[in-house]
Design a protein around this ligand. Structure first.
Ligand code: C2E
Ligand code: MG
Ligand code: MG
Length: 630
């Protein structure tokens, strides 16, 4: 439970307590009021009863007083014995002493008719009620009758009434309390469920972004008091989208859940892992001292993700790029910490994914460079800062150059030569790639036409398409228009689309490729082996060629695993009726090995680096006169 929730629950508890106290107070006040009203009513009835009695005694005593008949007077008074509340009574002669009386308890005094009593006719004390009645004969006062009655019975009745009232109030309170506490339980349960939904990611059961923000700000607020530092890890899965598209969303969810479990397995109980976005997980590590664990944890996570996940009986491989930032590096503010971890994560992606990067201040400079690239890229076409370089492809069996890959070069006056690895992703993010890509197609088509005029027409030129371009529904038509306007044959062009890109949106890509194939273009899957093609899809893509990623070529011959992978890709390609080319061939040994495993073509620095278009005729002439020896 977060501090805020705790506070809220404390508040609602206090409010309920206050409500209960005010209900109790109201009921008690009502009870007291009822008892008071009852007291007044009992007192009135009591007084009326006694008044009636004293009047009777008064009326019956006239003759006895007139004749000073003590016996008759005492007999009249004796009638009062039947009233249990009357303690004593006396008959006085006017202005004289009592000449007849009745005393229930002889130790107690007689009622004395003082001036006050005479004036009001009755007088309430704490324990007694005194009453007086004048006795008149022929309009002249001849005596007085005085009665003293105890209030014990009245109090007794009142106590009984108060008791019953309190019993009713108590019972009502009890029932009310039970009802309220039951309602509170139901409300608390509903609240807890809502809180759960608001803070927990339904797919993985981990805390969600909302909870992450609360955890992080709470952890940061504790730093000021207790010291130590916080490390933040941000994991973004590299290829989740293609896995999700290939396996379907429910399997994608299963995979995310499994990833969440694996992450939890890499952490201590005190660390917090949250799913903060589609394929993004964040981990908060709190340390009491200055020791840093972020890098170690990130390494552990990359290793733990390396083992395959079993989803629906399929083995699925997932990698992640992790950024690490620490509150000790920057300020303890949540914005700086999350911005830095983002920057570090992007640096890990830029480094080639499936790795982690700990935030360094220089990374901000890289981020600034990213911004500068974005800014300058907008004017690059207009300022004619782009050019295409062409890297040859050699057919191994025919020992002949059969194609060139057009690679974009950007020379900016301020930034110098910027690698496509740096600016293509920026162009991709900003959408500028569509315009730039079109420039590439146009320039390559015109170059092919220019070479044709020079009599150079026996090779193909391949162009790279980036993901955003392939999502442009106009792409195929735009390419065809450029081919027509340059006046070349579509078969002179080949398009390279990366494997991961193809798997991003299989259905739409199959359609696009089919359309491009129908125009007569050749199609190649670039960087093959780094994505996660399903064999079933591979068969359905209308492609001509597989281009083995250079990461598998780098360590051959020598690395048994890579040798096996390369040989298998070639066998697979040939099995599917495709040609296979290896990229990144830098040595004679690599080329020799590729020949032994029957690779069709090679491309790489061993043959030539990408060259300006102007150098191509001379290179072709050179290759014809001195072909690479086997
Ligand atoms: P890619 O399509 O896989 O291109 C091959 C990259 O490998 C090129 O890098 C090339 O110069 C480099 N390379 C070729 N032979 C070797 C070798 O023997 N060893 C090593 N280490 N590298 C070699 P470059 O030109 O920097 O391009 C990088 C990536 O940028 C390309 O990878 C491609 O994905 C992208 N790119 C380049 N031009 C374009 C373009 O016009 N449009 C699009 N969408 N992407 C492009
Ligand atoms: Mg390529
Ligand atoms: Mg490639």
């Amino acid at each position: 439970m977060t501090a805020r929730q705790f506070q809220l629950q404390g508040l609602s508890g206090k409010t309920a307590m206050l409500a209960l106290i005010s209900v109790c107070a109201t009921l008690l006040c009502t009870a007291v009021l009822l008892v008071a009203v009852q007291f007044l009513s009992l007192r009135k009835t009591f007084l009326e009863d006694l008044n009636a009695q004293i009047r009777i005694v008064g009326a019956n005593s006239t003759a006895a007083i007139a004749f000073r008949d003590v016996r008759a007077s005492e007999e009249t008074l004796a009638a009062l014995q039947t009233s249990s509340s009357i303690e004593s009574a006396a008959i006085y002669l006017d202005g004289g002493p009592a000449f007849a009386y009745y005393l229930r308890d002889p130790a107690k005094p007689l009622p004395s008719p003082g001036a006050g009593l005479l004036e009001q006719g009755h007088q309430f004390g704490w324990r007694y009620l005194d009453l007086v009645q004048t006795v008149e004969l022929n309009g002249k006062r001849i005596g007085l009758v005085a009665i003293r009655a105890t209030l014990d019975m009245l109090y007794g009745r009142l106590a009984m009434y108060a008791f019953i009232t309190m019993l009713v109030v108590g019972a009502s309170l009890g029932i009310g309390y039970l009802l309220v506490s039951r309602m509170r339980k139901v409300v608390a349960h509903a609240e807890a469920h809502l809180t759960f939904l608001a803070h927990v990611d339904a797919v993985t059961g981990l805390p969600n972004r909302h909870a992450f923000n609360e955890h992080l700000s709470y952890a940061l607020s504790k730093l000021e008091q207790f010291g130590g530092h916080i490390e933040l890890l941000l994991l973004d899965l590299d290829n989740f989208k293609s896995v999700n598209d290939t396996l379907g969303h429910s399997k994608g969810d299963q995979l995310l859940k499994a990833v969440g479990q694996r992450l939890s397995g890499c952490l201590r109980d005190s660390d917090i892992v949250c799913r903060i976005g589609g394929d993004e997980f964040a981990i908060i590590i709190e340390s009491k001292n200055t020791e840093r664990h972020g890098g170690t944890v990130a390494h552990k996570i990359t290793q733990s993700l390396a083992a395959p996940f079993i989803v629906n009986e399929h083995e699925v491989y997932v990698t992640g790029s992790i950024g690490v930032s620490s509150s000790a590096d920057d300020s303890c503010d949540i914005l700086a910490l999350t911005r830095n971890v983002d920057t570090a994560m992007y640096a890990a992606k830029a480094k080639g994914k499936n790795t982690f990067e700990v935030f360094r201040q220089e990374m901000n400079q890289l981020a600034q460079k990213h911004l500068a690239i974005e800014h300058s890229l907008r004017k690059a076409i207009k300022n004619q800062e782009f050019s295409l370089h062409y890297q040859p492809k050699l057919h191994l069996r025919h020992n002949r150059v059969t194609g060139f890959e057009a690679l974009l070069r950007w020379n900016n006056p301020q930034l110098g030569m910027v690698s496509p690895v740096e600016f293509i992703p920026v162009a991709e993010e900003t959408g500028m790639i569509n315009q730039i890509g079109l420039w590439v197609v146009q320039t390559a088509c015109q170059q092919v036409a220019a070479w044709e005029e020079q009599g150079l027409a026996d090779f193909k030129v391949s162009l790279n398409l980036s993901p955003r371009q392939t999502r442009n529904p106009q792409l195929a038509k735009q390419i065809l228009a450029e081919i027509h306007s340059a006046g070349i044959d579509a078969s002179r062009l080949e398009l390279e689309i990366t494997e991961s890109q193809l798997m991003e949106n299989v259905g739409a890509n199959i359609e696009l490729l089919a359309q491009l194939r129908s125009y007569g273009l050749r199609l190649s899957i670039d960087d093959f082996g780094t994505g996660y093609s399903s064999m079933a899809y591979l068969k359905r893509f209308p492609i001509n060629e597989l281009k083995i990623d250079r990461s598998f070529i780098r360590d051959i011959p020598g690395d048994g695993d890579d040798e096996a992978i390369v040989a298998s890709i070639i066998a697979l390609g040939h099995g599917l009726g495709l040609t296979v080319i290896a990229e990144g061939v830098e040595t004679a040994q690599q080329m020799a090995f590729l020949r032994t495993v029957d690779c069709d073509s090679i491309q790489g620095y061993y043959l030539a680096r990408p060259m300006p278009a102007a150098d191509v005729p001379a290179f072709l002439a050179h290759m014809r006169s001195r072909p690479l020896s086997a």
